[in-house]
Design a protein around this ligand. Structure first.
Ligand SMILES: O=C(O)[C@H]1O[C@H](OP(=O)(O)OP(=O)(O)OC[C@H]2O[C@@H](n3ccc(=O)[nH]c3=O)[C@H](O)[C@@H]2O)[C@H](O)[C@@H](O)[C@@H]1O
Length: 433
């Protein structure tokens, strides 16, 4: 297993000094020392012995605190765990591999699939782009529902092949990606590694599997780039990305076209519009604004030239999950066999937004009301590092195809986020990002 995160992280762990060093001069101290050594060996032995805990047998305590059992990728117990997680439990269920399952959207989608009886197996490299303890807490949450996340990278072709050997996945929901618009200037390589190379590697495996799975994957509203026609429709131009992140997502859409054309893979891309909510990503504005407002730190609020409004079509996570499931439920089968196309296959791209853009300044107003704290606003010129001035989704295509209809306005969605945030971080966890 490749245990090295594919994304050189920006998250720095704070090192706490939990142990106080002392010298021992008495035999009592020696006895205590050797007792600890013995207990330590027993502890290691216990955690290296694989077994399959049933979700109901796990304590209902705070999931992030429970030590998670890790498995080497391989071995009888690991394979059993993989199979059990991917087992379909409802008559019309499907079997889904979810990449990026410890991510924000991945966690919610995996839980929703599992709830309705689908077989779900997660795959995630747990990189440290943002606080990995949040990813571990999401993993623990999924474990309680019976979803196992294999720890590995989509670039590890042998591992992905192995998963397909163990389970006949009917579908893949591919959400593993290097996210974030502005970070692309700091670490461009990580975007190429995950969003381009990783996607190609995954498709390479999918195209040669028999039967081929259908794939639903995360594109981004950022592909509209400098497009000024609003609301953004899937037919609008997407050839002017404003960030490398957007360019890699656009490249993903073109790569999807190629694999659909040559190999008959059924591919559905979802252009997510600034998704927010509980268990969200700490690198996103609504998340770190909340943290910094509570800390009394000033927050940078971008505005365009001539005091122009910067706005986003913020979309609540539950609406996005419904969109993902709708897309999944309307996919057609891939048509390839033995790596060869036998007929034309489905190729789709949908906007999943809220159709109601809100200025960033209004986002801050809402947070102030919910947190009952005045924000210290630092109004800044929109930096030239990839941000676009506004986004606004036309969702009529998704509405027609699978009845997509967002239900959550920003005020109600942020209320749920703030409740989660306060609850999650009141527990002694540090909101460092
Ligand atoms: O929908 C999308 O396509 C994208 O949405 C977000 O990207 P973004 O909309 O830029 O989300 P944030 O980084 O949370 O920014 C939200 C708004 O706050 C503004 N902002 C951000 C940061 C900051 O310090 N100040 C500030 O005013 C941004 O300009 C933007 O208008 C995600 O980070 C991307 O991964 C995703 O693909």
């Amino acid at each position: 297993m490749d245990s090295t995160p594919s994304t050189p992280g920006k998250f720095k762990m704070e090192k706490g000094s939990y142990f106080h060093r002392s010298r021992w001069h008495t035999s009592l101290a020696k006895l205590t020392f050797w007792s600890f050594v013995f207990l330590g060996i027993m502890f290691i032995f216990f955690f290296r012995t694989p077994s399959i805990p049933s979700p109901s047998s796990l304590p209902a305590a705070d999931p992030s605190r429970r030590s998670l059992r890790t498995y080497n990728n391989g071995g009888v117990a690991w394979e059993k765990r993989v199979r059990s997680s991917a087992r379909i439990r409802s008559p019309n269920g499907v079997s889904v591999l979810v990449t990026g399952a410890a991510g924000f959207v991945g966690t919610h989608v995996s839980a929703a699939l599992k709830r309705r009886g689908d077989g779900v197996l997660g795959l995630d490299n747990f990189n440290n782009y943002y606080d990995p303890s949040l990813k571990r807490a999401r993993q623990a949450l999924l474990e309680r529902t019976g979803v196992f996340i294999v720890e590995g990278d989509i670039n590890d072709v042998e591992l992905v092949k192995k998963l397909f050997k163990i389970v006949t996945f009917t579908h893949v929901i591919h959400l593993a990606a290097q996210a974030g618009v502005r970070y692309a200037m700091e670490n461009p390589g990580s975007y190429v590694h995950s969003n381009i190379a990783g996607f190609v590697n995954l498709l390479e495996v999918c195209k040669s599997i028999n039967p081929q799975p259908a794939i639903v994957w995360a594109s981004s509203s950022s592909v509209y780039g400098l497009n000024t026609k609003v609301p953004f429709s899937e037919r609008d131009r997407t050839d002017q990305p404003a960030s490398l992140y957007a360019a890699t997502k656009k490249a993903g859409e073109e790569i999807a076209h190629t694999y659909n054309h040559i190999y008959g893979l059924s591919l559905t891309g979802l252009r997510f519009f600034t998704v927010y909510g509980p268990w969200g990503r700490p690198d996103m504005a609504y998340f770190f604004f909340t943290r910094d407002i509570l800390k009394g730190k000033s927050i940078p609020i971008f505005e365009a030239a001539n005091h122009g409004t910067v706005a986003r079509d913020f979309t609540y996570i539950d609406d996005i999950v419904r969109g993902c499931l709708g897309a999944l439920d309307t996919v057609e089968k891939s048509t390839g066999s033995g790596g060869k196309k036998t007929g034309p296959a489905q190729l789709r791209v949908f906007n999943l937004g809220n159709t109601s853009p809100v200025p960033v300044s209004e986002l801050v107003n809402i947070l102030e009301r919910l947190l009952k704290v005045k924000a210290e606003r630092n109004i800044m010129k929109l930096p030239r590092n990839g941000d676009v001035q506004f986004t606004h989704a036309n969702i009529s295509y998704a509405q027609t195809e699978f009845g997509y209809k967002p239900k959550t306005d920003l005020q109600s969605g942020l209320k749920k986020f703030v409740q989660w945030y306060i609850n999650y971080y009141s527990d002694g966890k540090k909101a460092n990002q």
